[in-house]
Design a protein around this ligand. Structure first.
Ligand SMILES: Cc1cc2nc3c(=O)[nH]c(=O)nc-3n(C[C@H](O)[C@H](O)[C@H](O)COP(=O)(O)OP(=O)(O)OC[C@H]3O[C@@H](n4cnc5c(N)ncnc54)[C@H](O)[C@@H]3O)c2cc1C
Length: 460
């Protein structure tokens, strides 16, 4: 059924930013009122236009974002019988785990529930899970295939190359979302929406309350770029960075935090820290991407020239790795104290098992917000209230953009916990559809029962 939908849209012209030359002098963009800081036009020049947009699809549930949280939400909801559409802006699903080049699961891998179990089973059958050093490492190109097939088996309608751009809301109830794909601007009508964008894109455009960064200055956990190198025969080794390009790193001490991972697809993965950028600001994110690729060449040059490694650049992740984006304020904000106490909640629907992996926001070295002896936490639960947006009636969230403080996020952001959160949100929304209500009216005990029936461990 195609209907017309009219929406007012405000546009503000923006200017391109240049990437900072030195990491610690890089400008930290903290825009106010959603305006780009380097905008070349004044507020008074905002434009307004009206356009008719076809309602191209209808579904019970729209999941926005196809990372591990979104995949888990969509698959869990579909298993409960809901008609689900998953929107993903890129060509592949998997988010940070695939497009971001993170090829490793952290946190407890068993007892996450049937969606995650199914992913592990498929990775094993492709012989794409584990290497001699770590069981949690996987081949991310294979993961991308497994995830798309999982969605297809569950009859989730997947729209790739489709970016969520706006939503229409009436009396706190989101009625349609507006997406932009290769077919143009289209609307999708649904009863329930789940924001799994990592950056709270749905909530932000609606003006819902969000939380971001360190309380004192808003700085987010640092980003990191994943790139991949090939080992070559010494006779094919070379120094790839030409004279006069970028800065030379001469000693190990001058490297940013650099982790060399066992295996990416056919190559070693190298992770370099790129702090002090804002993932929710176009100019800042542009600067981060540019800075990261420069840094990649500087670090590679150090290894090729100074350490005489026989490495050549193989490929680089198409998107910088974002640890912390923007979170949606929920009915409850999970805190680091909850994690330290190993807290159980009556409405606990997911479980976290990873340590407080909170890298210092303003440092590119291997530094943490907390002293090393304070990083460990016992298993803890995540209440359903942290997955329900405080503003509005029918928006849930899962994964990196759930409702938590920065340190709680530093643990709960990992893939295993993200999958559990997604599963819980999917099951809750499917129940809401069945009962013709909104997520707040769903009995958390019923959600918990289904979650445990599907093989997830909630015990703490
Ligand atoms: C450098 C780095 C290393 C890490 N290492 C590990 C590790 O070893 N093990 C581990 O378990 N975790 C690790 N993590 C954390 C983990 O990878 C992520 O936190 C987790 O994968 C996030 O999942 P998500 O689904 O919440 O978000 P994402 O993976 O970010 O997924 C969000 C998805 O939404 C899509 N999207 C965003 N906006 C829109 C929009 N407007 N419209 C449509 N689609 C949209 C994105 O393209 C993406 O696919 C690491 C993270 C980083 C950055």
């Amino acid at each position: 059924m195609i209907k017309d939908w009219t929406r007012r849209i405000f546009l503000t012209k923006t200017a391109w930013a240049t990437a900072g030359a030195s990491v610690l002098s890089a400008q930290i963009f903290q825009p106010k009122n959603n305006k780009q800081p380097n905008s070349t036009v004044s507020d008074s020049q905002d434009i307004q236009y009206t356009r008719k947009v076809p309602v191209r699809y209808e579904a019970d549930i729209v999941v926005v974002g196809g990372g591990i949280a979104g995949i888990s939400a969509a698959c869990a909801a579909a298993k409960s019988g809901a008609k689900v559409i998953l929107i993903e802006r890129f060509a592949v699903t998997g988010g940070m785990l695939t497009t971001g080049g993170v090829a490793n699961f952290c946190g407890q891998m068993n007892g996450q529930g049937e969606v995650f179990d199914s992913i592990l089973t498929d990775l094993k059958s492709f012989q794409a899970l584990g290497d001699p050093k770590r069981d949690s490492v996987f081949h991310y190109e294979i993961l991308a295939i497994i995830l798309q097939e999982l969605l297809y088996r569950r009859k989730v309608q997947l729209l790739l190359h489709t970016r969520f751009v706006d939503a229409r809301i009436k009396n706190g109830q989101i009625t349609e979302c507006l997406v932009s794909g290769k077919s143009g601007l289209e609307a999708i009508r649904a009863k329930q929406f789940i924001d799994c964008t990592g950056e709270a894109d749905v909530a932000r455009i609606l003006g819902f309350q969000t939380i971001k960064g360190r309380p004192s200055d808003g700085l987010q956990l640092p980003m990191s770029l994943m790139f991949f190198i090939r080992h070559v025969d010494p006779k094919h080794a070379k120094i790839q960075l030409p004279e006069g390009w970028f800065q030379r790193i001469e000693t190990k001490d001058d490297l940013p935090m650099t982790s060399i991972w066992p295996d990416g697809p056919g190559a070693n993965a190298i992770k370099i820290k790129i702090p002090m950028y804002d993932s929710t600001n176009t100019e800042s994110l542009t600067a981060a991407e540019i800075r990261a690729r420069r840094r990649m060449m500087e670090v590679l040059d150090y290894f090729q020239r100074v350490e005489k490694k026989n490495w050549l650049l193989d490929h680089c992740s198409p998107i910088i790795g974002i640890r912390e984006g923007c979170r949606i304020l929920g009915d409850y904000v999970l805190t680091v104290d909850d994690l330290r106490a190993g807290r159980a909640f009556e409405d606990g629907v997911a479980r976290g098992t990873y340590y407080l992996d909170g890298h210092k926001p303003d440092d590119d070295k291997r530094t943490y917000i907390l002293p090393k002896d304070q990083l460990k936490v016992p298993p803890y639960q995540i209440p359903i209230r942290s997955l329900i947006a405080k503003d509005g009636k029918n928006l849930m969230m899962a994964g990196r953009c759930f409702s938590a403080d920065q340190l709680a996020l530093s643990s709960a952001r990992v893939s295993t916990t993200g999958s559990m959160m997604g599963q819980a949100a999917g099951i809750t929304m499917a129940l809401a559809v069945k009962k013709k209500c909104n997520p707040r009216s769903v009995n958390p005990q019923e959600v918990r029962q289904i979650i445990t029936q599907r093989g997830a461990l909630l015990d703490v």
